[in-house]
Design a protein around this ligand. Structure first.
Ligand code: ADP
Length: 432
């Protein structure tokens, strides 16, 4: 403010000087005009200096000037310097980020809010075949056209990664993961999981082959043991007991091999070919009959349907696979609940999908076991499970079958409060 009033005083001073000198010569008005003209010339001169400085040598020291102009030059110079430092810092940070993304073995692709490609690292060039001149600004689904990727990208549910064959080399397997950031922008990461995939494949093949090879010797053993079992009365009691135990163990191994083979088939097959309209209530009635037979009427088994017969949608599913999954749940409920327990097989549906539930009022399961129940060979009580003829693969089979039906398994249970196993099917699986 001080500088501003000083500038005003300068102007008034020059105008007064001009007027005074003009008055002495008898022409005060031209004197005033001359005084104002000199002021204007001084300001035009400073303005010209500012313009030349900003256009020709913006990085040089500012021109020297007194008063308001000098202060203006200094402030502009300091502002410019601050901007330059910030810009350099930003550039250095950006370079560091780019260098670290370049060093990554994973592909990183930056997408704008519309899904158009903005930037990618060199790993993405090798892995996804992106080419700067053609691909910048293209929508990502124009380059990764596999329908499964397109569905994954537009479904916007990126909780799980997606594994697909590489778009440029069919021997490579890539795992895609999309992350959201900023204002609707997305980051697409891809990593090569070919080695992991091959190991997994080898493991599956190994289990499938071993199980398959064990099947024939076990059938031969079981056949002979059955024949010897028929002759048990004629054998010494110790031998007869041994044959009984061998029969029980052989049958356990046969169950195990059958479950392993079923799991391998579920993992290896793509599935979906035998999916057809299935009447869930008829399926539940059938399984309830089998559960009653297994229980020998020691449990009360009922089927509940929460809608009228005229309003029952069918389920698009593989009958053989669902039969195997739901009977696993029902037989578990028979095996792991005490005599006299109640077992309910339930079908219901609403706008969020269809639900098959298997509920019992047995001893239930402690919460720490629930997240691990679908792991292979996981048992809550190993000795009880083995005694009941369990293989530890039942719930793993259920989970796989449901995965092949875009469905999921929910387990609700508490010690002493029974157990509820719920198969949740998406609305798209219901057909009228
Ligand atoms: P298994 O072949 O041993 O039955 P599963 O995978 O079918 O293996 O089940 C895993 C474990 O879950 C079982 O060992 C059992 O302890 C527990 N379980 C399953 N169903 C029930 C149930 N209805 N009530 C209590 N425990 C259960």
């Amino acid at each position: 403010m001080r500088l501003w009033s000083r500038e005003l005083w300068h102007l008034v001073g020059l105008a007064a000087l001009g007027t005074g000198l003009g008055g002495l010569l008898g022409a005060w008005a031209p004197g005033l005009a001359a005084g104002l003209g000199v002021t204007l010339c001084i300001h035009l001169y400073r303005l010209r200096a500012l313009y030349r400085w900003l256009t020709c040598t913006p990085r040089a020291e500012p021109p020297v000037a007194p008063g308001l102009w000098g202060d203006l030059f200094d402030r502009l110079y300091r502002y410019q310097k601050g901007q330059r430092i910030t810009r350099n810092r930003l550039r250095a940070t950006l370079e560091r980020i780019q260098q670290s993304s370049e060093a990554m073995r994973e592909s990183v692709v930056m997408l704008d809010r519309h899904g158009d490609i903005e930037w990618w690292n060199s790993a993405a060039t090798d892995m996804l075949g992106l080419v700067t001149v053609h691909d910048r600004g293209q929508h990502v689904t124009n380059l990764l056209r596999d329908p499964r990727f397109v569905r994954y990208f537009f479904a916007c549910d990126y909780a799980e990664p997606l594994t697909l064959v590489s778009p440029i080399d069919e021997r490579s397997i890539l795992e895609y993961q999309v992350t959201r950031y900023g204002d609707g922008e997305r980051l697409l990461m891809a990593r090569d999981v070919t080695r992991l995939h091959r190991l997994e494949q080898m493991r599956r093949d190994f289990v499938a082959n071993v199980s398959h090879e064990l099947r024939t010797p076990l059938t031969v053993l079981a056949g002979y043991l059955e024949t010897y079992g028929d002759l048990a009365d004629t054998l010494p009691p110790r031998l007869g007991r041994g044959i009984g135990q061998m029969q029980a163990q052989t049958s356990r191994m046969q169950n195990l091999v059958n479950d392993l083979l079923l799991l391998s088939r579920l993992e290896i097959d793509q599935g979906g070919e035998d999916h057809a309209r299935l009447e869930p209530v008829a399926l539940l009635e059938r399984i309830a009959g089998e559960a009653r037979a297994l229980s020998g009427d020691r449990h009360r088994v009922t089927v509940e349907v929460e809608c009228a017969a005229s309003d029952r949608p069918a389920l698009l599913a593989s009958e053989a696979e669902l039969q195997s999954a739901i009977s696993n749940l029902a037989f578990n409920a028979v095996r792991y609940t005490p005599e006299g327990s109640q077992l309910v097989l339930r079908w219901r549906h609403d706008t969020s999908g269809g639900f098959i539930e298997v509920e019992d009022d047995g001893e239930g399961i402690a919460p720490e076991h629930i997240p691990r129940l679908t792991e292979r060979f996981y048992r809550v009580d190993k000795s009880r499970s083995t005694a009941s003829g369990g293989t530890g693969l039942g719930l793993a089979i259920v989970k796989h079958v449901l995965l092949r039906h875009d469905a999921s398994l929910e387990i609700e249970s508490s010690p002493g409060g029974g157990a509820l196993f719920r198969c949740v099917f998406a609305p798209a699986r219901l057909c009228r």
